[in-house]
Design a protein around this ligand. Structure first.
Ligand code: SF4
Length: 366
């Protein structure tokens, strides 16, 4: 549980978390746990699904939403009598949304389920000015009856992390995207979230990229999350990436704008973390030399890799450090270990899985 902003009334926001390999089934379990059908209510509602298709890239590279999440959601909605379903997205400037739709299977989804696809680069726009920042927002999103946001939890070279709040940037015109960058992203992203509210967020934290929005350094986590509060969900996600919520600029702006109705979250864990199968790639793989995994779960291992990355960026030197992690260390006396499996370690970061922000604190102390 964590706190980001406080007023006199503290309410807890539930975040459902699930681990596994069957992405479609995990999606549907999350939707059931969040009572999505009851929340939408009106069977004739226009439901918009907003994945992250920043550019064409295989989801295994850690940049784009796994198509199984979109498909699992469409099936869930159809099974519950909802038929007006649109998938809307706009790739980043210079990339083609249509290429993403074509290569990632969205035209097949349209064929099979009769959904509508909208490239927000070509949509009509509604002009709004939240916080005095003019922006052109996709009419499809503005007029949606229910928005299901489907971000990827990953690193970002400017905002440190990108997730639910920033994923809505795909709903504005390319002109507005340029304006956002000119204004430094943080305040515009928070402002956009005052006019476009994600009714439900289904987070793809399966193998998000460690550093970059465009992928290439995926870190397997095999985790998905869901919440009706995208801002609290981002605050929690920040801790999984190794940051305190207040270190993320757009969360800080969100707090100033009073977007946080409550400051606490509680985790509802629908399944337990699972062992890693493939391990990290790219930059993340180089960081693995400081680790000694033995039956490590992917979520725990990803936290360790993320903490090591930030520590090195800060100028920290792990030297010859070998950090134990995994179920193989249960009951063993070791020097440094991460996660509750290594509770016998002289220096231990508790948690199942351990949080990257806690591991980073341990590394700084050492
Ligand atoms: S503490 Fe152990 S069981 Fe829990 S996530 Fe980490 S490795 Fe897995």
């Amino acid at each position: 549980m964590g706190i980001i902003a406080l007023n006199n009334t503290i309410m807890k926001t539930r975040i459902s978390v699930i681990y596994g390999n069957n992405i479609k089934k995990m999606t549907q379990t999350l939707l059931q746990a969040e009572n999505a059908a009851e929340r939408i209510g009106d069977k004739t509602a226009s439901i918009v699904l907003k994945p992250n298709l920043v550019l064409y890239s295989d989801p295994a590279q850690g940049a784009t939403t796994h198509t199984e999440i979109v498909e699992g959601t469409i099936e869930y909605l159809n099974d519950n009598g909802f038929r007006r379903i649109t998938v809307a997205e706009g790739a980043w400037i210079g990339a083609s949304t249509e290429e993403c739709f074509r290569k990632l299977g969205y035209y097949d989804l349209r064929e099979r389920y009769g959904i509508r696809l909208v490239d927000t680069k070509k949509d009509e726009y509604v002009k709004v000015s939240p916080c005095g920042i003019p922006m052109e927002v996709s009419r499809t999103l503005m007029e949606a009856g229910f928005i299901i946001n489907m971000p990827v939890l990953k690193g970002h070279c400017q905002t440190q992390m990108t997730h639910a709040m920033k994923n809505l940037k795909g709903c504005i015109s390319d002109k507005s995207k340029r304006d956002f960058h000119r204004l430094g992203l943080d305040l515009p992203i928070a402002a956009l979230n005052t006019v476009l509210r994600s009714d439900l967020t289904i987070s793809d934290s399966i193998c998000g990229d460690l550093d970059f929005e465009e992928g290439g350094n995926p870190v397997e986590t095999n985790r998905m999350m869901a919440s009706d509060n995208p801002i609290i969900l981002d605050a929690y996600a920040a801790t999984l990436m190794g940051y305190e919520p207040e270190e993320i600029g757009y969360l800080k702006e969100a707090r100033k704008l009073g977007l946080l109705e409550s400051g606490e979250w509680e985790i509802s864990e629908l399944s337990k973390p699972i062992p890693s199968e493939s391990g990290p790639k790219g930059t993340a793989k180089r960081l693995s030399v400081y680790t000694e995994p033995d039956e490590a779960c992917s979520a725990c291992y990803a936290s360790l890799i993320r903490a090591l990355r930030i520590f090195k960026e800060e100028g920290g030197n792990p030297g010859n450090m070998k950090i134990a992690i995994g179920q193989g260390y249960k009951g063993k006396t070791i020097k440094i270990g991460v996660g509750s499996c290594c509770s016998e370690a002289t220096i231990n970061v508790p948690g199942c899985p351990a949080k990257a922000s806690d591991i980073l604190t341990m590394l700084r102390r050492l």
